[in-house]
Design a protein around this ligand. Structure first.
Ligand code: THU
Length: 156
């Protein structure tokens, strides 16, 4: 019997410490919260996906009175990128959330379903996706790809 361990590496940093490319992506995610349709939760999430040709595609959460019919910001952005730029790899995603009149102090982390879609996006293009999670107090940057967010993601 083997007892194994998985550890992940991430960076905790301030917005000001981000490099210009990721700061620009974060700004796009923050702006994208403005398009959120979230009358049920009042929680506005924005996501910005960076493509290998430097295109940025954004998305935000879209809720529905039949709750499960809504979609998270991350998948809205990823599916939009897949639909409009199917041949261009995704290289990074930034996520921000706005609640009670301000951006959240702590970073918001993607739900399990969005992590699964991120995992497949990574394997689809054979490129690691870096992740920036924005908070006004601190940010989390994961440069080693989605396995840090979702070890043992489903595939067959
Ligand atoms: N939400 C996202 O858009 N992304 C996440 O990573 C977590 C949650 C949305 C879903 C719902 O519209 C609202 O936030 C509250 O759960």
């Amino acid at each position: 019997m083997d007892s194994l361990e998985i550890s992940i590496h991430y960076t905790k940093c301030s917005y000001d410490e981000l490099n210009e490319e990721i700061r620009k992506l974060t700004d796009a995610a923050k702006r994208a919260t403005g398009g959120s349709y979230s009358p049920y939760s009042g929680f506005k999430v924005g996501a910005a996906v960076l493509l290998a040709d430097n295109t940025i595609v954004t998305g935000c959460n879209q809720e529905n009175i039949a709750y499960p019919s809504g979609l998270c910001a991350e998948r809205t952005a990823l599916f939009s990128a897949g639909a409009t730029h199917p041949d261009t790899p995704v290289t990074a995603i930034a996520i921000a959330a706005f609640h009670n009149g301000e951006f959240t102090a702590e970073p918001v982390t993607p739900c399990g379903a969005c992590r699964q879609v991120l995992a497949e996006t990574q394997s689809r293009y054979g490129r690691q996706i870096s992740v920036l999670l924005y908070g006004t107090e601190y940010c989390i940057f994961i440069k080693d790809g989605i396995s840090a967010l979702l070890p043992f993601s489903f595939s067959f």
